[in-house]
Design a protein around this ligand. Structure first.
Ligand code: SF4
Length: 345
């Protein structure tokens, strides 16, 4: 089956031409897919009946897929499991927070970056999602219409599947697509430079970089990618762009007891980020089975945050959400039965 979901206007134009429709039909198809959110080509009622029949005959479908399982946290967070690729399912996490409603989407089934503390990385990489599978997460959760923000922080490294991520961002932000402001979208990356450059140059989305240590050798111990994409090169690239105005740059810093949470780290982090307009999100580590590290305690995190703030770096402790359903940062494994008391499957 061929999916219309995930195609941009030019590609929809090619499909339209292939069944004898005029170029204008691409806009109609985009409106049906991304604005009226239909799940069946038959519902695209301003396309001639014959053309709709031909699309179906040629194997085209809308390509929407409902989640196959869901789990709800006591804090309101919901985790949705979708069929992925290569035999591995993928997850999207819905996080309501007062007037905000954020969806954390996955971009790959698994991940090949191998961050040692992360359950997604521990399970290896099974394949890339296409743009349709990324957009499907946004459109197919029950809370879709109420979403205010999207973060690419689920399973996978977005810069390692850059074509699909760029296409998904295009569909999310284009006037013929979902027409979202790029300021409501954040893409997180470990700093894979080729993909990061394209995100910086071709989109206006906010950027979050997973840093986790200011010291290269220590970072490499928890994030092997430091070897291929050194922090200093990532920061040099980021310094070429403007984050002082509407576009935001944040550094994600998961805190591990005794590993990256003393004042030496805070001071080095502040030195490293000076002049970048980056803010720091401090994240509590959620214990994963394959990593021996432990979370820093709350008072250590507060001292670390205060030190960064004193040194002129805006730092906040990010609220932890969905830990009881294994939906918090670093816990996405792509498995339905991740808790035994709240899963509604
Ligand atoms: Fe991949 Fe992100 Fe997990 Fe690292 S933290 S292994 S980049 S999903």
């Amino acid at each position: 089956m061929k999916k219309l979901l995930g195609l941009n206007l030019a590609q929809l134009g090619e499909v339209a031409a292939s069944v004898g429709l005029r170029p204008f039909a691409a806009k109609q198809m985009a409106a049906w897919l991304y604005q009226k959110r239909v799940t069946d080509i038959a519902a695209m009622t301003d396309l001639p009946k014959q053309a709709r029949a031909r699309l179906a005959e040629e194997g085209w479908t809308v390509g929407r897929e409902e989640p196959v399982a869901e789990a709800r946290s006591t804090d309101g967070t919901a985790k949705y499991l979708f069929r992925g690729v290569g035999g591995r399912d993928i997850e999207a996490v819905y996080i309501p927070d007062r007037e905000r409603a954020t969806l954390c989407v996955s971009s790959q089934a698994g991940c090949r970056m191998g961050c040692r503390f992360c359950m997604t990385g521990q399970g290896g990489w099974q394949g890339n999602l296409d743009a349709g599978a990324i957009i499907n997460q946004v459109l197919s959760i029950p809370e879709s219409e109420s979403l205010t923000n999207i973060v690419f922080m689920g399973m996978g490294e977005p810069a390692d599947n850059i074509e699909a991520v760029l296409r998904a961002v295009e569909i999310l932000t284009a006037p013929w697509g979902l027409a979202w402001s790029p300021r409501r979208i954040t893409v997180s990356t470990i700093g894979k430079l080729d993909g990061l450059r394209r995100l910086l140059d071709e989109t206006q989305v906010h950027i979050a970089v997973s840093l986790h240590s200011p010291f290269p050798t220590e970072r490499e111990g928890i994030m092997p990618v430091e070897k291929a994409f050194a922090t200093r090169d990532v920061l040099a690239e980021l310094r070429r762009h403007d984050f002082a105005h509407q576009r935001r740059l944040s550094m994600e810093y998961t805190m591990f007891a005794g590993l990256n949470d003393d004042m030496r780290h805070a001071d080095a982090l502040a030195r490293l980020l000076r002049g970048t307009d980056a803010r720091v999100n401090l994240i509590r580590f959620h214990k994963t089975p394959g990593f021996e590290g432990a979370p820093s305690d709350r008072s250590t995190m507060e001292r670390f945050r205060d030190r960064l703030n004193e040194l002129g770096i805006t730092a906040t402790i990010r609220a932890s959400r969905g830990e009881d359903i294994m939906a918090a940062c670093g816990m996405l494994a792509g498995k339905a039965k991740t808790n035994n008391n709240k899963t509604d499957e």
